[in-house]
Design a protein around this ligand. Structure first.
Ligand SMILES: *Cc1c(COP(=O)(O)O)cnc(C)c1O
Length: 463
């Protein structure tokens, strides 16, 4: 990633401060298609449009801040994953990235399955009509009530995460007179994030049962003996925002190794493996994610090759992309409230949201880009930090970026690629109300999650 001391704009000293930023783009008005939803562009007046609607109109109608979701783009990406993996594999959208009933219906219509990881996500999925057999239930500490609800509903699989849960789910299923399809989540000693992966010693985390030391094999041994369970496969999820396929390669090798051991010990060839999600997206122009068809081809080849080597029938593969489907489909629209230049440092641009609608920057040091959305400008670029309105100095939305030097209160700015883990992680910190999610398609907008009101807030406070 390039760091540069670009010639400063009019409001800056000659040397730009330390930071993690590329040189400003040649044209700050340009919208890099890598980081924006498919239908985003600018109209003749220079206003950013999505699904044929100008953001100025969206802001007027729905207020700011707001998450603006491109439905056509969401469907395109969901379909691209589905098509890439074909009929011999399953794509489970990871609901934790962003879940609403509209999204569940789109997924259902596009032929995807759905991962949930709590009773709340399960309730959302079921209430929108997702067939239970296409739902997978995840989590490292599902409550007995959640398990019972999932088993009663008939979810297609529960992903077991501990020895205790193996017994718990078996017991609940049996007491309901059912045999629950389950996968066992293992940790293969691979952790992948972005451009790197580490292939040893990353079992030190709360999810899954370690392959190392024979624990995963022991888990399978116990699960196979329980009448309440039908063990359909092994699950592995190695990280997030991954660009490099070599982590999956090692994971697949180790998962197939376990399948082989299971076959040798029990005479059973488990029919499925799940390689999890975690595929990266472009948050800035520096990121180069892979297309679903490349990922599908790579994963299928790896698994097929490993199984041939182990003389196993190739199991049915499933994957669980969350971010890669929803992340790029939405941007957050903010109104600029104040513009505060700090001499020799940078300019702080305060917006009407912040860490309550995007915690990722504070939590993960995530990088985002930003664009002036309500107009274009030919002013010199200025280095900005986009910050929120919360009482917390870590309340940063975009750490380092360039915006036109004539940015002023009342301008609308948009932060792309906020479809994943922003609304779903949103909070009420400072009793700030959570923004709506507005979906746009073919020149029409509709609210899929409405803006929170003070009434909503006070309803929970019983005084
Ligand atoms: C979070 C998670 C995913 C989705 O991760 P993304 O980075 O959004 O693709 C998939 N599977 C499991 C088990 C997860 O915990």
């Amino acid at each position: 990633m390039s760091r540069s001391a670009h010639p400063a704009g009019p409001r800056h000293a000659d040397v730009l401060p330390e930071g993690h930023y590329a040189a400003p783009a040649d044209d700050l008005n340009a919208l890099d298609p890598k980081v924006w939803a498919h239908t985003v562009g600018r109209d003749a007046d220079g206003v950013v449009t999505v699904g044929g609607l100008p953001v100025t109109q969206l802001a007027e109608e729905y207020g700011t801040p707001a998450y603006i979701l491109d439905e056509a783009d969401f469907r395109d990406r969901a379909r691209a994953w589905r098509t890439a993996f074909g009929t011999d594999a399953d794509v489970f959208y990871a609901g934790k990235a962003f879940l609403s009933r509209a999204v569940v219906r789109w997924l259902d219509e596009e032929g995807l399955n759905l991962d949930v990881c709590s009773g709340g996500e399960l309730a959302t999925a079921l209430s929108a009509g997702m067939p239970a057999e296409r739902i997978a239930f995840h989590g490292n500490n599902k409550s007995p009530e959640e398990i019972e609800r999932a088993v009663r509903a008939g979810v297609g699989r529960i992903v077991l995460d501990s020895f205790q849960e193996i017994v718990r789910v078996a017991h609940i299923a049996q007491s309901l007179g059912k045999r629950q399809r389950v996968q066992i989540r293992i940790t293969v000693g691979v952790e992948a994030h972005t451009h790197e992966f580490i292939a040893t010693a990353h079992e030190d985390q709360k999810f899954g049962i370690p392959l190392a030391g024979g624990q995963a094999a022991e888990a399978v041994r116990r699960a196979l003996q329980l009448d309440g369970l039908e063990v359909i496969g092994i699950h592995s999820h190695i990280g997030s925002q991954i660009f490099d396929m070599s982590g999956f390669e090692v994971a697949a090798h180790r998962v197939v190794g376990l399948l082989k051991d299971i076959r040798d010990e029990h005479g059973v060839e488990l029919p499925e493996i799940d390689l999890g999600g975690g595929l990266g997206i472009a948050y800035t122009s520096d990121d180069d994610p892979r297309e679903p068809h490349e990922i599908a081809k790579a994963l299928t080849e790896i698994v097929t090759r490993e199984c041939e080597g182990a003389r196993l029938r190739t199991p049915r593969i499933s994957v669980e992309p969350g971010r890669a489907i929803v992340g790029p489909t939405a941007f957050t629209l903010y109104e600029v409230g104040t513009v505060k230049p700090l001499d020799g440092l940078r300019t702080y641009v305060s917006v009407d949201g912040g860490m309550s609608d995007n915690i990722r920057t504070a939590l993960y040091d995530a990088e985002y880009s930003v664009a002036l959305a309500s107009r274009t400008s030919d002013a010199e670029p200025m280095l900005v930090r986009v910050v929120g309105k919360h009482c917390e100095s870590g309340d940063i939305v975009v750490k380092d970026a360039f915006l036109p030097g004539d940015l002023a209160p009342g301008d609308l700015i948009a932060v792309p690629a906020t479809g994943a883990y922003c609304r779903s992680m949103a909070s009420n910190y400072n009793h700030v109300l959570r923004p709506p999610v507005v979906s746009v398609r073919d020149g029409a907008a509709r609210v899929v999650v409405r803006r929170e009101t003070e009434e909503d807030l006070l309803r929970l406070d019983v005084g």
